[in-house]
Design a protein. Structure first.
Ligand code: SF4
Length: 208
């Protein structure tokens, strides 16, 4: 992806994001609660993991997640933002240098510093749901299931007696995203890693 594309129409939408903050927080709170409940049945704790999922190249697809991460970004001190922007830039360059199709390179998310997420409260949806067995009913009716992450498997094998039902959480985020897009007039599809999101923040003119 060319992250210097100035055509990205986000500035006006950013000005109209504020009313969506509490509503998105409610959606994320429900996710967090559901995750804790299922993880708690296994006593699964996500910490000190060498095979860190923050190295997974997750793509995010909603403007709400983009603007919410930015909402947290604005609260960081200037010096911190500069360091993280440089880390994000490095990750994007490393990814852009890869041959097409070779996207398995596992670079740490630029927001993971010494094992902790710098914008934990503002992290995207998949960062909240990853790691434990789950089920998802897709809009076309197909049901997909997923097992836990490698750390989960090491501790609990193929156990799946408690499963995180992702469907209502995906649905709640998708519905809010649709409303937001209609309100602000954004139609383009979005597919970005956290590193790409951070580099895009420069277009919101608040990185200095
Ligand atoms: S946003 Fe935070 S939780 Fe998500 S991958 Fe990056 S460091 Fe990890």
């Amino acid at each position: 992806m060319n992250v210097s594309d100035p055509a990205f129409p986000i500035r006006q939408a950013a000005d109209r994001f504020a009313p969506y903050v509490p509503r998105l927080q409610a959606v994320f709170s429900a996710m967090d609660l559901a995750y804790v409940e299922v993880a708690g049945t296994y006593r699964f704790r996500c910490s000190g993991c060498e095979d860190n999922c923050c190295r997974t190249r997750f793509h995010h697809h909603t403007y709400l997640e983009f603007f919410y991460l930015h909402h947290g970004w604005e609260k960081l001190e200037k010096q911190r933002r500069e360091i993280l922007m440089s880390r994000a830039d490095d990750v994007c360059r490393a990814m852009d240098a890869l041959a097409p199709g070779r996207d398995t390179h596992r670079r740490m998310c630029p927001l993971n510093v010494d094992g902790l997420c710098e914008l934990y409260e503002h992290r995207p949806m998949i960062c909240r749901l990853h790691g434990i067995p789950h089920v998802l009913q897709r809009p076309d009716g197909r049901k997909t299931t997923g097992s836990g992450c490698d750390a989960f498997h090491r501790h609990y094998g193929d156990r799946s007696d408690a499963v995180l039902e992702r469907t209502p959480h995906y649905g709640a985020l998708a519905a809010l995203e649709q409303e937001f897009r209609r309100t602000v007039g954004l139609a383009d599809k979005l597919k970005m890693t956290v590193a790409e999101m951070i580099v895009r923040f420069t277009f919101l003119c608040i990185t200095h």
